[in-house]
Write a protein that binds this ligand. Structure first.
Ligand SMILES: Nc1nc2c(ncn2[C@@H]2O[C@H](COP(=O)(O)OP(=O)(O)O)[C@@H](O)[C@H]2O)c(=O)[nH]1
Ligand SMILES: [Mg+2]
Length: 320
């Protein structure tokens, strides 16, 4: 599998992603070995996170932005983090039809999100899918997420650039964007800057530009960043400028060490959450440990053991 992935074979890549998505213990071991073997190639893509509320135009944007990139000779992979898909099951089909041209582009690879309810599992399979796409030689990996719950933080924590896609707002309201999300954004793109919506979009751009200036200056941003820019995914306007700004920002961060520092911190975070999840999995799976948990839990409930002492005994049994 390794040489075929390194050669950029899409079927091998798709199968490898299916492997990392599996929860089976033997598949986990195979996936870990595969990722280890591929890491040696040392390939790196620009990882771009894209978030925005449903209907803002994420799928339309990814299609036209992706096609603009492949036209420049760049290989583009698209992954999705969609914690709602397990419940609604609806967004995958819509995205596929909306990204029809990009999905037929030989320079592009699109992987719809699997139905998986648990956010922790989504994080792991996405991080691993990103690593697989990088090994397969993609230049840009776009990770789309719906702006709900923790999924934005999760995507921001696995990407080099985090982009917020917004719709034109009426008046001067800032669409109730949470401050935390504004602080995570490396760029705000106001979509639908076309037709009747164009004046509102331009006003919204200056509102966000103002709001971004008021936020604390971050060390990972050069002068003038983060920026707010208008785009039209539908009419394919402003996409090239948006890409130029992303490239400028990424190049500056590379030059000043922020890029590698962010990746190093992310890798460490990834490692720590793997350990945490592995320990939790043992609590749930290992029958001996489960039996001990049940016995100690019952003793605590009966008042025969103190919670802290019982927890210490449990942790000792785990070797922790
Ligand atoms: N006018 C206009 N409409 C757009 C633009 N981008 C997307 N749309 C429309 O907005 C709706 C939602 O788009 P979609 O890409 O599915 O949004 P998503 O839910 O964020 O993925 C669709 O009807 C699109 O045609 C744009 O740039 N301009
Ligand atoms: Mg969509």
């Amino acid at each position: 599998m390794v040489p075929r992935i390194l050669a950029g074979e899409r079927r091998a890549l798709a199968r490898a992603i299916t492997l990392v998505e599996s929860g089976r213990a033997d598949h986990r071991a195979q996936a870990a070995a595969l990722l280890e073997a591929l890491a040696g190639a040392g390939r790196q893509a620009l990882r771009v996170g894209l978030s925005g509320t449903p209907g803002v135009g994420k799928s339309t944007f990814i299609e036209s932005f992706g096609l603009m990139l492949t036209a420049q000779g760049l290989k583009v992979a698209v992954l999705a983090v969609d914690p709602s898909s397990a419940r609604s099951g609806g967004s995958i089909l819509g995205d596929k039809t909306r990204m029809e041209r990009l999905s037929r582009d030989p320079m592009a690879f699109i992987r719809p999100s699997p139905s998986q309810a648990q956010l922790g599992g989504v994080a792991r399979r996405t991080r691993e899918a990103v690593a697989l796409c990088e090994a397969a030689g993609f230049d840009v990996v776009l990770i789309e997420t719906v702006g709900v719950g923790q999924s934005e933080t999760l995507v921001a924590e696995m990407t080099d650039l985090f982009i917020l896609l917004m719709a034109p707002a009426g008046g001067d309201e800032l669409q109730g964007v949470k401050r935390g999300i504004m602080e995570m954004a490396d760029m705000i793109l106001v979509n639908k800057a076309d037709g009747d919506l164009k004046p509102a979009a331009m006003r919204t751009v200056s509102d966000y530009a103002g709001a971004l200036r008021l936020l604390r200056k971050r060390p990972q941003d050069p002068e003038g960043f983060p920026k707010a820019l208008p785009v039209s995914a539908l009419e394919e306007q402003g996409l090239k400028s948006a890409w130029d700004e992303m490239s400028t920002l990424a190049a500056w961060r590379r030059e000043h060490g922020h890029f590698d520092r962010r990746r190093a911190a992310q890798a460490r975070h990834w490692f720590e959450s793997e350990v945490r999840e592995g320990l939790l999995a043992r609590l749930h799976r290992d029958p001996e440990i489960r039996a001990k948990m049940d016995a100690l839990g019952a003793a605590v409930a009966r008042g025969e053991a103190a919670p802290a002492a019982a927890a210490a005994e449990m942790l000792a049994a785990l070797g922790a």
